[in-house]
Design a protein around this ligand. Structure first.
Ligand code: UD1
Length: 426
């Protein structure tokens, strides 16, 4: 298994390109199931999760073609992927694929709406929490689907879904996306209340509208969808990855660096940029780029994660790494996932001063961290260990980095471009 070896202490400097957003691309690829016409996506990131989703769609009979932008494989250039679901013939998402990627549940709504039937394996638990899919099932049932959960599979059937008024018990991102996609082909109007307002939901809605869907309100907490009989093909550019952007900003902040991220947008990063400025960084938003200049020593910043537009849970681990070397004590509260502090024990191995009490972490910054061997436990936890390794004195070896390959395109190449001393070892 691959590992990452980092020799810390180099302030990051220079410029890198931000890739297309994983969490926008995954639901968008599933949206292609809703039409018999080809749908083309540009700015698709090279990530293992994207490969898994394309495999999943291909085994359903979807024709997949993928080419690197302008014939290159340059990191950050983005692929062009065309999906043709006219030959959809197998509405099944098997356990072997779903277990590696929870977002596979996003095929449920589109399959049911287009094929009238779907068998999708339950994703099961994952490292950061139980993450059930009851809200997806509740919404589709309210739209008239007959759903049975048997032998670990959600088996859903409906001749045609019916528009309905839906309310989710909590804000769920993939739940909102699944229900919004299903409602596009339903009979009549669907209203999703307590909808997720994440920018990835808006990117999906924009693509669906370009495919002929009638959606209003995406980006707010009430989304209205007027069902139509069929959707058509389109071409859609995937939005930049706001979490990747935030991760590089944190890496530059923690190392006392100065970087410019191109192809990035500050529009969806207010909560993160605000905290980086509170920490003492200078952040300048340009038209399609973001610049950050770090102070000599950061100031600790307290955060509380919550659904968009509040501080994202997917940036909590990276901020724990920067608080570990900041001046002062930060109180960090995680309100979305029940078990999302696993990086804390690994950061402590690097010398961080962190105390955990339930869903709250108290992080007191130290002047420096010491390199050690640590283990990545999930995607964003891995990112926090990379940031800590970039700051730590000496060498840090990160094990189980397959998590990073799921969600960060060309991480080492990009960090090397920024001057980091990092390499992959077998
Ligand atoms: C998405 C993101 C993930 C991010 C998370 C929260 C994708 C592919 N993944 O995950 O990176 O960390 O949003 O911003 O976009 N819940 C239920 N029942 C449900 C659905 C959710 O109890 O049916 C709970 C979850 O356990 C969790 C909370 O609701 O505690 C929010 O989860 P949700 O927004 O659904 O996360 P994902 O969509 O899986």
């Amino acid at each position: 298994m691959d590992k990452l070896l980092i020799a810390g202490g180099v302030p990051l400097s220079g410029e890198v390109a931000i890739s297309g957003a994983k969490n926008a691309a995954l639901p968008l690829l599933c949206a292609a199931l809703l039409t018999k016409e080809p749908v083309t996506f540009t700015n698709v990131p090279h990530l293992n999760d994207i490969g898994t989703m394309l495999k999943l769609l291909a085994q359903m009979g979807v024709k997949v073609s993928r080419e690197a932008a302008q014939g290159t494989t340059k990191v950050g250039a983005g692929d062009t992927v065309t999906l043709d679901a006219s030959g959809l013939n197998n509405a099944v998402a098997p356990y072997e694929m779903v277990k590696t990627m929870r977002a596979s549940i996003l095929v449920l709504g589109p399959l049911l709406a287009r094929a009238g039937e779907a068998r999708v394996s339950l994703p099961g638990g994952c490292a950061i929490g139980a993450r059930p899919v009851d809200q997806h099932i509740k919404g589709l049932t309210a739209m008239g689907a007959e759903i049975a959960v048997e032998q670990g599979y959600v088996h859903a059937r409906a001749t045609r879904l019916k528009g309905a008024r839906l309310f989710t018990d909590m804000v769920t991102v993939t739940g909102t996306e699944n229900l919004m996609m299903a409602a596009c082909l339903a009979d009549g109007e669907t209203v999703i209340e307590n909808a997720a307002r994440e920018p990835e939901v808006v990117d999906l809605a924009n693509c669906l509208v370009a495919m002929g869907a009638r959606i209003s309100g995406a980006g707010g907490d009430v989304i209205r969808i007027q069902g139509v009989d069929a959707l058509h093909g389109t071409t859609h550019r995937i939005m930049p990855d706001r979490i990747e952007t935030g991760t590089y900003l944190c890496a530059a902040a923690a190392t006392g660096g100065e970087i410019r991220l191109t192809g990035a947008s500050s529009t969806w990063l207010d909560a993160v940029i605000d905290k980086l400025m509170d920490a003492g960084c200078e952040v300048i938003a340009e038209r399609d780029a973001i610049r950050l200049k770090a102070p000599k020593r950061l100031t600790a910043v307290s955060i509380r994660t919550a659904p968009y537009p509040a501080f994202p849970t997917d940036m909590q681990a990276q901020f724990m790494a920067i608080n570990a070397v900041a001046e002062g004590t930060a109180v960090m509260r995680e309100t979305i996932f029940e078990n999302r502090f696993m990086h804390a024990v690994e950061l402590i191995r690097l010398g961080a001063d962190i105390k955990i009490d339930g869903n709250t972490a108290f992080v007191t910054g130290r002047a420096t961290l010491d390199g050690a061997t640590v283990m990545a436990t999930d995607l964003r936890a891995s990112a926090s260990l990379v940031i800590a390794g970039l700051v730590a004195q000496g060498e840090t070896l990160i094990e189980r980095i397959y998590h990073l390959d799921r969600g960060y395109e060309g991480l080492e190449q990009k960090l090397v471009t920024l001057g980091a001393n990092i390499r992959r070892v077998k």
